[in-house]
Design a binder for this molecule. Structure first.
Ligand code: ADP
Ligand code: MG
Length: 727
């Protein structure tokens, strides 16, 4: 009869630092049969554990042959060895090596979980076996709640769950008192008597004397091998494991169960092949296992998640801030423009503020040229069917304006073709001006798209003698009102001086001008802007200068929004022209805010990088803390892939948790920032896009999974023998 286990000329050398080796086993030749209860005895350091690890398939670095159940261990691939450990052998260790964060039930079923056996079958089999070792009452307990003897019985149940042919027990009673030792021994004996091969390492003579055979090892060599003639088999070995189970190991395939007959056997084998993937640890189970582990150190994990969450939360805030500013500006822009008026102004020669504020006027020839260019293009678009209606710019639908000429009350504004120079009045002149302090004023001629809806206070009128202001004007009066006590319009005198290129200066004075209204001026609201009728302004200017001031804005009243858009896009394609100055300003703000927004996002990303390092360190430490556990997992047949999967699931969970906490944190943070902004500057430009949260989740899961790559692969590569040896 074929022996269950056969070792032929087995030699084992450990590689040491450098090129040195240490030979732990010499020419081991030994055979074992099913039903034997073998004690391996020998002094500490004689090579017993080394032998056990070889037999158990934990260590495949040896010379010679080990034939177990017909398989030549030295010739198996890593995957086949994993399978061998999973199905053919069961390990019992001196220090129990139960996984502390899993319940007794989960510890016992771990090997089945690794094989993706269905929940129901798993529990049934575990209960069955735990019942046999007398622990059916303790399924839900954690290992720390059990006594040493109970723990070892759990470990035995775990070793038995896959119905292996060989049980390897390395000093199973070493950590137990003698009474408990005897109970454990009795269980092992019953397992052997039920037809399995049990090989145990022991120091206790008493334990050895009860076994059916004693093999002595000394300095890596077998020095004795005695059969115990007095050995008596237990009559009815009650541990006889799971009679319903087949001798093949296909049963681990989740769908199989007890009804076993010859005809279905081949079907079953096929099935097992087809569902090969299903025989391995499922992603869901990996997540469940890592969840248990994370739960076991929830404080640590929560703190770590919170650290990441701070980065994630501020990242969302920065994104919503940056889009909020853009939204706010474009919303205000939209509410202050008329879709049937196209505004044209000239861009400065460069994009800096000084150039933008310079007075870029249109000469008559330039206007004619521009208008005919636009007309030609509009005509072409109409001919080609790009425009539904024909539109031509004529004297009828074009009007002019002046915008953004800087002047100051209490100051002389000196105009010359090269720019504007500001010269201050003396105190006496200042007192005469009627305004309480100096302030820069922007002069606008009233744009045609301003209507009553833009009026804040007073009435829309910039006919002769009347001027309008942005709301800030009111603040310049003590009672903050543009009206006198009797309800009449307040009047102001504003005087400034234009100096032409030849140095001839002319005073331009607005005497007793009624402030007829304050208007909301979109992005210009916080500036002091004065609105005056274009024709009235030109009359005044002509009186003083003998000539008109060239306009710097053209307004084209179109028939439809379509034409307006067409004109705007024609302008966009032309060098040197742009829309209204508000539009330019708005674009500048949007650009500025996106620069600021981007830098804030970069800062958040740096904080996320720090978080990633933190995750890496924590997961790395977790691998170190859990080497024993990883060794145990490997001993029961976990593949590298499974270990990696468990650790990767853990980083996934860390990322998910951080993302969720980050979103909650962000909502709270945003609320605070919102309230602070509303109560201080009156507006809170924060707008969310739904996908910000999705991005946050993905980023947080992404960084934790990337950070987890290294620890996970380190865990997967741990040498099981090394990790189990670790105390
Ligand atoms: P036992 O279990 O009988 O106490 P071991 O099998 O653990 O002994 O060890 C046998 C010998 O091999 C000892 O001398 C030990 O120091 C050595 N040894 C064990 N593991 C290693 C290793 N990884 N590298 C080098 N030597 C080792
Ligand atoms: Mg040992």
């Amino acid at each position: 009869m074929e022996k269950e286990l056969k070792l032929i000329n087995v030699n084992k050398k450990y590689k040491m630092a450098g090129k040195e080796t240490f030979q732990a086993l010499y020419d081991i030749n030994v055979e074992f049969e099913k039903g034997e209860l073998v004690s391996i005895v020998g002094e500490s350091g004689s090579g017993k554990s080394t032998l056990m690890n070889l037999i158990g398939g934990l260590d495949s670095d040896f010379t010679g042959e080990i034939i177990s159940g017909g398989e030549n261990l030295g010739k198996l691939t890593d995957r086949e060895l994993d399978k061998y450990r999973k199905n053919k052998v069961g390990f019992v260790f001196q220090s129990f090596n139960l996984i502390s964060h899993l319940s007794i039930l989960d510890n016992v079923t771990l090997a089945l979980t690794l094989s993706n056996v269905g929940e129901k079958e798993k529990v049934e089999r575990a209960k069955n076996i735990l019942d046999r070792v007398g622990l059916s009452e303790h399924l839900k307990k954690k290992p720390t709640q059990l006594s040493g003897g109970q723990k070892q019985r759990v470990a035995i149940a775990r070793a038995l769950i896959n119905d292996p042919d060989i049980i390897i027990a390395d000093e199973p009673t070493g950590a137990l008192d003698s009474g408990t030792s005897m109970q454990i021994l009795q269980i092992l004996k019953e397992i052997a008597d039920s037809g399995k091969l049990v090989i145990m390492v022991t120091h206790s003579e008493k334990v050895a004397s009860i076994s059916s055979r004693v093999v002595e090892i000394s300095d890596g060599r077998i020095t004795g091998d005695h059969k115990n003639e007095k050995y008596k088999k237990t009559k009815s070995a009650k541990i006889a494991v799971d009679v319903s189970k087949t001798t093949t190991h296909e049963t681990e395939n989740a769908t199989t169960d007890t009804a076993e007959n010859a005809s279905s056997k081949s079907d079953k084998k096929k099935k097992a092949k087809n569902s090969k993937d299903k025989q391995n640890l499922s992603l869901w189970q990996a997540i469940r296992l890592s969840f248990h582990n994370m739960w076991a150190s929830k404080t640590k994990n929560f703190l770590m998640a919170f650290g990441v969450a701070i980065g994630i939360g501020s990242l969302i805030l920065m994104m919503s801030f940056s889009s909020g500013i853009t939204d706010y500006i474009s919303a205000t822009m939209n509410s202050y423009s008329d879709p049937t008026i196209a505004t044209i102004s000239k861009t400065g020669s460069s994009s800096d503020l000084a150039s933008m504020f310079a007075y870029n006027s249109f000469s008559e020839e330039e206007i004619d040229g521009l208008v005919s260019n636009i007309n030609a293009e509009l005509d072409r678009q109409f001919q080609e069917g790009l425009l539904e209606e024909k539109f031509e710019i004529t004297d009828e639908n074009i009007s002019y304006g002046i915008q953004m000429m800087t002047m100051t009350t209490g100051a002389k504004v000196i105009y010359n073709p090269d720019g504007i120079v500001v010269d201050y009045f003396n105190d006496a002149e200042m007192a005469e001006s009627g305004l309480s302090f100096q302030n820069i004023i922007y002069l606008y001629t009233t744009p045609p798209y301003y209507t009553d809806t833009n009026i804040i206070d007073g009435e829309m009128s910039t006919a002769e003698g009347g001027i309008m202001f942005s709301p800030s004007i009111a603040r310049l009066f003590e009672d903050e009102s543009i009206f006198n006590e009797d309800g009449t319009n307040r009047e102001v005198d504003i005087a400034f001086t234009f100096t032409n290129a030849q140095g001839q200066s002319t005073n331009l004075t607005f005497d007793h001008q009624e402030i007829t209204a304050t208007v909301d001026t979109s992005v210009m609201s916080n500036f002091l802007v004065m609105y005056i009728d274009y024709n009235y302004f030109q009359t005044l200017f002509n009186q003083n200068q003998g000539t008109n001031l060239d306009p710097n804005v053209l307004y084209i009243k179109t028939d439809s929004e379509e034409v307006t858009n067409a004109i705007n896009s024609i302008l966009a394609g032309m060098e040197g022209y742009t829309g209204s100055i508000e539009e330019q300003l708005a674009n500048m703000f949007i650009n500025m805010s996106s620069v600021i927004g981007t830098s804030l996002i970069v800062i958040s990303c740096i904080s996320l990088l720090v978080s990633a390092m933190m995750i890496l360190v924590v997961l790395y430490m977790s691998v170190t803390e859990r080497t024993k556990e990883i060794g145990v997992l490997k001993s029961i047949g976990a593949r590298r892939k499974d270990i990696k999967r468990i650790f990767t699931s853990e980083s996934f969970l860390v990322g998910l948790l951080s993302g969720v906490v980050g979103i909650v944190f962000n909502v709270i943070l945003t609320l605070i920032v919102y309230l602070v902004l509303i109560n201080t500057i009156g507006i809170a430009p924060i707008s969310y896009r739904w996908w910000y949260f999705a991005v946050a989740l993905l980023v947080s899961i992404g960084i934790s999974m990337v950070a987890g790559l290294y620890p996970a692969s380190k865990a997967a590569k741990l040498d099981p023998v090394e990790s189990l040896r670790r105390e």
